[in-house]
Design a protein around this ligand. Structure first.
Ligand SMILES: Cc1cc2nc3c(=O)[nH]c(=O)nc-3n(C[C@H](O)[C@H](O)[C@H](O)COP(=O)(O)O)c2cc1C
Length: 221
């Protein structure tokens, strides 16, 4: 699966099979988190793997009782250490860089899970004090997310996503004017892909028609 396909087809999965996932998959997923960019390469995060049923139940409760979570066999709780970033970059490091680096690590992990054939969901709604208590976190650590992992037992529909034209400007805020070719989006990876696939389909159809015609001609002779 190439990166763009993984990005495009990843979905938030909220129903999992009652089946363990291989430990080396969990490690690969955390490795993917590890390789995310971080300001000054500080890597100021920790991943807490939770597999025990009782603890997953408590975390589920702390995540505003999102009951579907308990069906996932593994949680990875992603914890930030904002003090490290604050030391180097002040308030910006604490508020912005820590959150951005950790978000990149989380997305890496979700994509890697998907590429390994696993389902996942980024859970951000929780009672942080409750999670701190359950996980025995020190004061200087913050919970950023709980990632659920497991084999998907559902195939979620693609949720509505805006067209790229809704979220892009040229050169300035609300800049809408560009050369027509670019404006129509012909440069985009997706469109190039669609054109390539269209070409392949046409080639296939052409081959089939040719075969049918020569079959008919053969019969006539
Ligand atoms: C910061 C953040 C917090 C989220 N929190 C939750 C959550 O608490 N519960 C949940 O079911 N999904 C949560 N999600 C998943 C989103 O609902 C989901 O990504 C969105 O509906 C789009 O669906 P998709 O991931 O399949 O593209 C969260 C996603 C993000 C980025």
């Amino acid at each position: 699966m190439d990166v763009f396909d993984a990005i495009r087809t990843r979905r938030s999965v909220r129903k999992y099979k009652d089946k363990q996932i291989p430990w080396d998959n969990v490690v690969t997923i955390m490795q993917a988190g590890k390789y995310a960019p971080s300001a000054g390469n500080l890597q100021n995060w920790k991943f807490i793997v939770v597999k025990t049923e009782g603890k997953r139940a408590s975390i589920t409760k702390a995540c505003l009782n999102q009951e579907w979570m308990a069906t996932a066999p593994v949680f990875i709780v992603v914890v930030g250490q904002p003090e490290d970033a604050e030391r180097y970059y002040g308030a910006r490091g604490r508020r912005l860089y820590t959150i951005q680096g950790i978000a990149a690590a989380i997305e890496n992990m979700l994509l890697t899970a998907h590429s390994l054939g696993l389902g996942s969901c980024w859970v951000g709604a929780f009672d942080e004090d409750e999670l701190r208590r359950i996980l025995l976190l020190p004061e200087q650590a913050d919970v950023h997310a709980v990632i659920t992992l497991g084999y998907a037992d559902e195939k979620p529909e693609v949720p509505p996503k805006y067209r790229i034209e809704h979220m892009m400007f040229f050169e300035k805020w609300w800049g809408r004017v560009e050369k027509p070719k670019t404006f129509l989006g012909w440069w985009s990876v997706n469109n190039v892909r669609m054109v390539d696939e269209g070409k392949k389909m046409l080639k296939k159809a052409h081959k089939k028609i040719k075969e049918k015609v020569s079959e008919k001609m053969g019969k006539k002779q």
